[in-house]
Ligand binder design. Structure first.
Ligand code: EPU
Length: 356
């Protein structure tokens, strides 16, 4: 097992924040992961699993042992009457994987095109865009318990998916209850996802009920787009309003869209009639965090070298260039946004990325 020392992490986080890993091990397969867990020196020491680094804010050097997941492989493992089951290694790039499925005539992930990050990170925050969430296409995943070295498989129910949420974002069970791994306790910091399987329904049906997609259909006159067409539209829509992390550092949406009760929403509408809101199936109302931040005048503002993207207020960006923003600057900006949204609307915005 090779432990690299003082590894620069700037190119391993899409925000482009400068930080180092005191110690880093590359995980190319399950055996490498088991070796780390079994290693006498590292057993019991804190560990941090790094995927594509597209959903993290580094506020300093990372002291826990960084496990950089580089497990590859993409396979159609089963063709069932009602679904294709496709498996990918956790280290595969998500956007490349989506493109590959379409090249193989395995449609179903096209609405999730161009989301930055890796396959292994996709279930952690239950990525979602344009009417499809990962949980709608999820079959199961394999992971390794970093405490015991045991491999285990979780189905969708065991992953406890929610809006940008899963069992992997919640703290583990209390000491003495460790064996309840399969019973829905949090797995934060405890699981290393190695492979993910997707269930792509047959026959394929397009998901088109999103405003931006309806607009594309009107503009182009294409009434029944195929999966590749939807993929290409979504790439165009995303590129038009979300910054490309290879050019401007960012971690996608910085805050979750908050939900409120219909009563709270009615109260806000009385004061702010233009507020963008969507009724949810469970009766709650989702508010567009981007609109709230925009309404507070944040678009294009900066704190140090951290800024609010001009075309989408929900995205914080690194304006640094040669002197990139620090994680501290990003979090100061995020805090100032939270305060102003709370003061104006009485709503607490919750960050989406993991702060380290
Ligand atoms: N809006 C503004 N000003 C802004 C930004 C947005 O007024 O600066 C308004 C828009 O006009 C629109 C509404 O807010 O009416 C919602 O905006 P948009 O459709 O762009 O979607 P979003 O809620 O900002 C969510 C996801 C994105 C995903 C898109 C498309 C979250 C936190 N974000 O953004 O996911 O791509 O929907 O489905 O749920 C990500 O998580 O990193 C991400 C990019």
């Amino acid at each position: 097992m090779v432990v690299e020392k003082n590894v620069p992490l700037q190119s391993y986080n899409t925000f482009g924040i400068i930080a180092r890993a005191h110690n880093l091990v590359r995980i190319a397969d399950e055996a490498a992961a088991r070796e780390v867990v079994a290693d006498a020196m590292w057993r019991g020491m804190p560990k941090f699993v790094l995927g594509g680094g597209s959903n993290i804010v580094l506020t300093g050097d990372v002291k826990p042992l960084v496990l950089k997941v580089e497990i590859l492989g993409r396979t159609l493992i089963e063709t069932q009457p009602r679904a294709w089951i496709v498996e990918a290694g956790a280290g595969e790039n998500w956007a490349d994987f989506v493109r590959w499925t379409l090249e193989q005539d395995l449609p179903g992930l096209e609405n999730l095109a161009l989301i930055p990050g890796t396959v292994g990170a996709s279930p952690v925050q239950n990525i979602g865009a344009y009417g499809v969430e990962l949980q709608d296409r999820f079959e199961s995943l394999d992971a390794l318990d970093l405490n015991t070295g045991r491999s285990f498989t979780l189905n969708a129910a065991q992953c406890a998916f929610g809006y940008r949420d899963s069992v992997f974002k919640h703290p583990p069970a209390l000491a003495g209850q460790e064996d309840s791994l399969q019973q829905g306790f949090g797995l934060e910091g405890r699981a290393l996802i190695t492979r993910v399987r997707f269930r792509l329904p047959r026959p394929w049906k397009p998901v088109l009920g999103y405003l931006d997609l309806e607009r594309k259909m009107r503009e182009t006159g294409v009434a029944d787009p195929g999966a590749q067409q939807i993929h290409d539209w979504i790439c165009a829509i995303r590129s038009a309003k979300l910054p490309d992390p290879r050019v401007i550092g960012n971690a996608g949406s910085f805050f979750k869209n908050p939900t409120v009760t219909p009563e709270q929403c009615a109260d806000i509408i009385a004061r702010e009639p233009r507020i963008v809101h969507y009724p949810m199936p469970d009766g709650s109302i989702k508010l567009a965090a981007g609109w709230l931040i925009d309404a507070c005048g944040w678009k294009g503002k900066t704190v140090g070298n951290a800024g609010v993207y001009e075309k989408q207020a929900l995205v914080l960006v690194n304006r640094g260039g040669a002197t990139p923003a620090t994680g501290g600057e990003v979090m100061t900006l995020a805090g100032a946004i939270q305060t102003s949204v709370y003061e104006r609307f009485g709503i607490r915005l919750e960050p989406e990325p993991v702060v380290i």
